[in-house]
Design a protein. Sequence first.
Length: 148
Amino acid sequence: MATGSRSPTDPLFVLEDEGLSLLVMRHATELYRSYDAGVRPLLELVEWFPGGLEGATVVDRAVGACAARIFDYLKVDQVIGLTGSLSAEHILHSAAITFSFRTSVVDIRNRENTGPCPYEQLSLQHKDARDLIAAIRAKLAESRPHRA
């Protein structure tokens, strides 16, 4: 989409303009928004929408295989991303989920840009979304500081 044609109703415009990390809409009604980076918003979607998100459009800053598997699990209709990986494209295409990315990349990188995102690596090990979600929760629990 050309920059000149962007408007406040364009979901990518809303995502960028408001500094969101994730936005979920259904029929022009906002269902969810997050400013949090990382995978926590994906887990919130799973918790808050246990029946799935049929008919919804998800707008995300970075869509990799991990996010794509969760969006498939939630049965979203459309995914729009600023950046999307080739593996996410494959997963979404296989699930018949309409998608568009402003930029396509080989893979989603970690925050230090020294290698692949660790959650992308988890998604390679856990093809089933339920197993992936459990693995994400376990990895997040490991990374929490332990209190004495």
